[in-house]
Design a protein around this ligand. Structure first.
Ligand code: GLV
Ligand code: MN
Ligand code: MN
Length: 414
């Protein structure tokens, strides 16, 4: 089997996909099921069909593109990632795993390889939490981690429910049917940029993921009392933004003092009402994102933050309500998938690091129903979720070739 990645074509496809964006280049904004995202999804489907794959979509918009194996009834070997992008993002997050996965399958087809188990590219819907407040909706439903009822009722910022949004996107069908049957996948591999600096620092081009950290997120609403910025004296204030400021520093402190560098916590949204220079903030809406490789330690930090909320609320006479959006368990990658990735690296003489994914991915949920692994490539300075996110062409091609070899190993030769 002679495998060759068409690097030029892959890079040009990454550029083409980046042009489906609601932000000025180099930034990419592609919020799920917006007109721009729908155009990007149609383009990806056309690429898959052009590659000779059979495409279907499920009710939440996960796209499956399949190359039937010699034994089409046997569990498939899957690969894929996502193409939705947060506001002001880069070109590579998720995209490398989708277009790199497609190119890996095309390379296998060109090489004359015949898979025994079908090979399937999976483009997960709604990986980013931007629109519905919770990430990985496609893979949560595929794995049965989230119920169809709860998913259908989720609302976006404009108050539109997931059911309304997906029907407008042309997705009919019942969310109940998204869950995959047991044994659907024999193995699954996601190629992704690292979104951290460790590979670059170690001057190593590939990372094989050992485990994926446990994410949690909350929505916090602080309600104080508004009023005239000149008229209300300081002792009489119940400023919601001051309470938020204190809470944000408590969040930082709780993560910093957890005792482990693996604990991270972020307040990424802070909306102030009414937002006028001469008006005391009466209301603040915030989001909180907390992650750790150790679930118990993460939960301990969440409890510390909860106590801080109670103290601040009592001290400042404001109400603080927090709503838990998700608190997921971490995942271990499957030994057989890690071994396939490591063997492929060894065969090419490629060095790799074994590492933890601190970002979450659809693989976190796929791992609940299938042996799953992840392959990382470096991104410059570890930058991700920003417009200057960058992965070098040779790293992308190296990732795609190791992915292709690993898919071939997992889909035993006929
Ligand atoms: C995924 O985008 C994450 O926030 O880890
Ligand atoms: Mn992302
Ligand atoms: Mn991603």
């Amino acid at each position: 089997m002679k495998l060759e990645i068409d690097q030029q074509r892959l890079l040009s496809e990454i550029e083409t996909l980046a042009a489906f964006s609601d932000a000025e280049p180099p930034a990419v904004t592609r919020i799920v099921f917006t007109p721009t995202d729908l155009k990007a999804r149609a383009w990806v489907i056309s690429r898959c069909e052009e590659a000779g794959l059979t495409v279907r979509q499920d009710a939440i918009g996960n796209i499956f593109a399949r190359w039937n194996g010699a034994d089409p009834a046997a569990p498939a070997v899957g690969t894929g990632s996502h193409i939705d992008a947060i506001p002001n993002a880069g070109k590579y997050d998720g995209v490398v795993g989708v277009l790199g996965g497609l190119e890996a399958i095309r390379a296998l087809r060109r090489s004359g390889f015949r898979p025994k188990n079908s090979l399937e590219l999976l483009v997960f819907a709604t990986e980013e939490p931007t629109r519905f407040g919770i990430g990985c909706l496609g893979s949560r439903l595929l794995s049965g981690t989230l119920s169809a009822e709860v998913a259908g009722r989720l609302k976006d910022r404009d108050g539109e429910s997931m059911d309304e949004v997906r029907r407008k996107a042309g997705l009919s069908g019942d969310l109940q049917d998204v869950k995959l049957p047991k044994g659907y996948y024999k193995g699954f591999v996601e190629l992704h940029i690292e979104q951290g600096p460790l590979l670059e620092r170690a001057r190593t081009s590939l990372g094989i993921v050992r485990s994926i950290a446990a994410p949690a997120s909350l929505r916090i609403a602080i309600e104080g009392a508004g009023g005239h910025a000149g008229g209300v004296l300081m002792p009489d204030r119940k400023d919601a933004l001051c309470a938020a400021a204190e809470l944000i520093l408590e969040v930082e402190n709780a993560a910093r003092s957890s005792g482990a560098a693996d604990t991270v916590a972020t307040v990424g949204v802070c909306e102030v009402f009414p937002g006028a220079v001469n008006s005391i903030p009466s209301r603040v809406g915030m989001t909180l994102d907390i992650r750790d490789t150790d679930q118990a330690r993460r939960d301990g930090v969440m409890q510390t933050i909860e106590r801080a909320e109670q103290n601040i609320s009592a001290k400042r006479q404001v109400s603080i309500q927090s709503e838990l959006l998700n608190a997921d368990a971490p995942a271990d990658c499957a030994p057989e998938v890690r071994a396939a990735l490591a063997d492929s690296c060894h065969e090419h003489g490629f060095q790799f690091l074994e590492m933890v994914s601190r970002a979450y991915h659809d693989s976190l949920f796929l791992s609940r129903i299938a042996p799953t692994g992840m392959l990382f490539i470096p991104c410059r300075n570890g930058y991700s979720h920003r417009p200057d996110e960058y992965a070098a062409p040779e790293d992308i091609a190296r990732g795609a070739i190791v992915l292709a070899e690993s898919l071939a190993k997992l889909s035993a030769l006929s």
